[in-house]
Design a protein around this ligand. Sequence first.
Ligand code: SF4
Length: 255
Amino acid sequence: MPVRKRVFLGLVSGIILAGGAMAAAVWALARRGAWGQTLLIAGAWLGFMVAAATAAGVVAIALSVWRGRTVFLAPFIRLVLELMYPVTLRLGPLVGVPKERVQLSFVAVNNALANLGVRSPLQPREVLLLVPHCLQRAECPHRITVDARNCRRCGKCQIAAVVELAESRGVNLAVATGGGMARKLIHDLRPAAVIAVACERDLTSGLLETFPLPVFGIVNDRPCGYCVNTRVNLERVEAALDHFLGVSGPVGEEE
Ligand code: SF4
């Protein structure tokens, strides 16, 4: 399994081990009468159950990714993603893993699940390509959030290429100004799969909210910093589109 996915899954495994050890210690102390309260024993059992359910989710993710088979034990996987992600985000920096690396690892795990989540080729109208407004050149006056086809295709930013790519594949294209608009677009269009471009922070929060909808996340490039004149690896967008449309195989991780 590539290193990037291991970061998130490794942190979750560490949390499970620590949680299980703490629950065992509380249980042992309570049994010996040191803290002989029923409440403590019940708490220890609850801790064991959460640790076991989370461990099942980690195993499900690892096996799904390793075997390249459809996602299974989805409720446990959801538990790992929703419950453990915020914890890994706080724990990571404490053990020397920067927050950004945890987020990138989470996106990599999600993408592996998204690759598996599409069981058969989709129709172009079932696929939504969602890109951020900051991909547009800051000085451009054309309102592409209303309709991306308002782009005059001058080529001064990548929106022209993105519009042409979406048109060539016949998929839906939307330009979102933020997470709220992205959620509304997904709710209104009800796609079977989404390819979403954003910064790692927006991507991770969006991916958590939309699971189990297959959303392939592509982190943008930011030569001018966050939220202005950003860029995206178009080859990766194209490869993700072609995978969902059944033209090519799953998309690997970015180097
Ligand atoms: S390519 Fe389109 S969006 Fe970008 S600057 Fe030109 S007209 Fe504006």
